[in-house]
Ligand binder design. Structure first.
Ligand code: FES
Length: 141
């Protein structure tokens, strides 16, 4: 069996939503201290809806595929829905990731959350801190 699903390979070789948004309403940057990979996600928000999203990932193929898939999954969705996106859902949408690559999908979940928190902070919108736990910098797997 191939180590990576066709979907992972597709999103890695042809990632969606790559780049940055100069007029982003929120920016989230997270990293994994262990592998050194970094992910940055930009969101544009209008009326509580994520109208546009872009990412820059300096990282492994699974992290790139996860960012691509995750951005596709939150584009056009309400913030409330994006906040419920888990790394597991991203990995499932990619038809799975090898166990030792699951932490790469965690970056996508954390970067989206960080971008939303940045948006809330910049706009003085109150939120439940429980929705924004500290990113797990030393997540291993
Ligand atoms: Fe670091 Fe994939 S190995 S995010």
């Amino acid at each position: 069996m191939a180590l990576y699903s066709e979907k992972v390979m597709d999103h890695f070789t042809n990632p969606r939503n790559v780049g940055k948004l100069d007029d982003a309403d929120g920016i989230g940057e997270v990293g994994n201290a262990r592998c050194g990979d970094i992910m940055k996600i930009y969101i544009k928000v209008n009326d509580g809806i994520i109208t546009d999203v872009k990412f820059n990932t300096f990282g492994c193929g699974s992290a790139i595929a996860s960012s691509s898939m995750a951005t596709e999954m939150i584009k056009g969705k309400p913030i409330s829905e994006a906040l419920t996106l888990t790394n597991k859902a991203v990995a499932e949408a990619l038809d799975g990731l090898p166990a030792h690559k699951m932490h790469c999908s965690v970056l996508a979940e954390e970067a989206i959350r960080a971008a939303i928190k940045d948006y809330y902070d910049k706009n003085g919108i109150s939120y439940d801190p429980a929705d924004f736990p500290e990113p797990s910098e030393h997540e291993e797997h």
